[in-house]
Design a protein around this ligand. Structure first.
Ligand code: ZN
Length: 291
């Protein structure tokens, strides 16, 4: 059975329409995920849903244990992660309520643990194309269909600048990001994309535009209340996109993600400490046992 992970961002804390529901608490070598995973069936797919900030929105962007969240998905057998995220729009034509299937990231976070490597094991994965093209295509088509029904617009591709937060940007920062050519702004997706690639899980982003950040001359500066109002409208759209995507994802992956880390590890296998080998067994044991 196909297993799809969904990471829900601000406003999306539950997934409706699942059958055979159970809440699964997962422990990882990297600590505890943001919450229990909500696991169930959606049509003929298995779906594992995790609210990125926890139920009740308790975990700030800089406090999220991204490694645990992604490792938990791997433990549950997830092959695709659909990341649903509220973002600010950095372009006039991306209106609040629109959807962007972001395909590039620009990092402005500060020292977040964003790799499974380290502590005795050195590894490097390719990251020129940080989202899975096959999954992004499925999500774009799903978004196009759902947006047409909702009167919103779906944008294919875009660069997501990831800021540290938790504050929103200053006007100067917002203007500078625009000059850099970014399309949307958020606080969470890049560490997830990096870890998903290392874990050989397909990852792509459904960015829900909630506001014009603070660069827009005629709009009021971003406020939590305005963001929340648009978010609530967007959540129904996000759920519709996930449902459509779950119906169309193939039974078997044909992209390069499933072997993304095959040649990543630089460390001599004989030099890998047993404790590190154990910590990474779920991710890379298949390669080490073959060697
Ligand atoms: Zn993929």
């Amino acid at each position: 059975m196909r297993t799809i992970g969904v990471i829900g961002g601000s406003g999306l804390y539950e997934m409706e329409g699942l059958t055979n529901l159970e809440r699964v608490r997962v422990e990882t070598p990297f600590g505890a995920p943001s919450d229990e995973y909500l696991v169930g069936h959606l049509g003929d797919a298995k779906l594992a849903f995790l609210p990125r900030h926890g139920r009740g929105h308790r975990v700030a962007p800089h406090e999220i244990n991204f490694r645990a969240n992604i490792h938990g998905m791997k433990q549950l057998g997830v092959e695709w992660i659909i990341s649903v995220s509220a973002v600010g729009s950095m372009r006039e034509e991306i209106r609040p309520g629109d959807i962007v299937i972001a395909d590039q990231f620009f990092d402005r976070t500060k020292g977040r643990p964003s790799t499974f490597f380290g502590d005795g094991v050195v590894g490097h994965v390719a990251f020129a194309d940080p989202v899975c093209g096959a999954l992004a295509e499925v999500l774009y088509r799903a978004a196009e269909g759902a947006c047409t029904e909702a009167g919103a617009h779906a944008h294919r591709g875009g660069t997501y600048v990831v800021i540290e937060g938790p504050q929103f940007s200053t006007r100067a920062e917002s203007r500078i990001y625009r000059q850099l050519g970014v399309d949307v702004i958020g606080m969470t997706n890049l560490p997830e994309a990096k870890l998903a690639r290392e874990a050989e899980i397909c990852y792509a982003t459904v960015a829900l535009s909630t506001d014009y950040d603070c660069w827009h001359e005629t709009e009021e500066a971003v406020s939590v209340s305005a963001v929340v109002a648009t978010l609530q409208r967007n959540v129904a759209l996000a759920r519709a996109i996930v449902r459509r995507a779950a119906e169309t994802l193939p039974a078997k992956r044909s992209c390069e993600c499933p072997s993304a880390a095959e040649f990543a590890v630089m460390t001599d296998p004989a030099a890998i400490p047993p404790v590190a080998r154990e910590r990474l067994r779920l991710l890379y044991g298949k390669y080490w046992e073959k060697a």
